[in-house]
Design a binder for this molecule. Structure first.
Ligand code: SAM
Length: 248
């Protein structure tokens, strides 16, 4: 007998149009960077004019989606979350992208619903990600302030408070960019992304060691710009350039 009973097929309801063209720089959880707004056009076959009716009464939705950019091919039941500094933990005790079924779950604010499109705030997914479902967040059942948060909430696993600065040159470019995109929240967005320290773990702790191969400059892409930054001390990040995709 085949395993058709245990294999399921899903079709996207749409694809996200968002702030993050690449995986690098995407916040590690929804709600960490609140200023971005992503657009989700519900595909015509799901009849958005009917399917979205009533959703405007909710402030938040759960979004289910596919980690379609995963490149891993092998299943690992234990994961090395960056914040656990080398320790491992069971995959089901994490929100890692690498799991038996590559399904993501994010909580988003409902900013606006218009013409078959829903605008979602604070997401943590790459532009173009396939969305499988949205469901209203039910505060009467799902808001549990006394819930235990596991390893991720322990003091020793927190990211240290990071101070973010811009060189004069980067700030001038930023001001023009904010005007061009008509987005007054760009600076806050960049600061909140850097406060989460998006660097791969191997680069941390080498900030001041002059000629270390690990002391390097990094860049993440936001909308059409590459934000170039470096850490000048363990808790100090400096944006020193912003370059646009169109300039390349
Ligand atoms: C730790 S996961 C958490 C995702 C979701 N909130 C969850 O709990 O299922 C967030 C990371 O997934 C990665 N990511 C986002 N969109 C992705 C995609 N379409 N494919 C693969 N990885 C993605 C980004 O690196 C992001 O920082």
């Amino acid at each position: 007998m085949g395993d058709t009973l245990n294999t399921f097929t899903f079709k996207p309801i749409g694809f996200i149009k968002g702030a993050y063209p690449d995986k690098f720089g995407v916040p590690r959880q929804s709600g960490l960077v609140k200023q971005t707004v992503s657009e989700l056009s519900i595909l015509p076959e799901w009849q958005p004019e009917f399917a979205l009716q009533g959703l405007e009464e909710y402030s938040h939705v759960w979004v289910t989606w596919v980690f379609h950019l995963n490149t891993n091919t092998k299943y690992h039941p234990k994961i090395h979350p960056p914040r656990l500094k080398g320790e491992t933990i069971g995959v089901f005790a994490t929100r890692s992208p690498h799991r038996p079924n590559p399904l993501g779950l994010s909580l988003a604010t409902v900013e606006k619903i218009e013409g078959g499109k829903i605008y979602l705030g604070g997401l943590d997914l790459v532009d173009g990600t396939p969305i499988l479902d949205i469901k209203p967040y039910l505060p009467q059942f799902e808001s549990l302030p006394s819930a235990r948060g596991g390893w991720a909430t322990k003091d020793e696993n927190q990211v240290a408070a990071i101070e973010v600065s811009f060189t004069d040159e980067a700030r001038t470019i930023l001001n023009h960019w904010m005007e061009r995109l008509d987005n007054s929240k760009l600076e806050e967005t960049i600061v909140d992304i850097l406060k989460q320290d998006p660097r791969p773990v191997v680069y941390r702790g080498f900030e001041e060691s002059g000629n270390s191969p690990y002391r390097s400059d990094h860049a993440f892409r936001l909308y059409d710009g590459d934000i170039h930054f470096r850490f000048t001390a363990p808790t100090k990040a400096e944006v020193f350039a912003i370059k646009f995709v169109s300039e390349k």
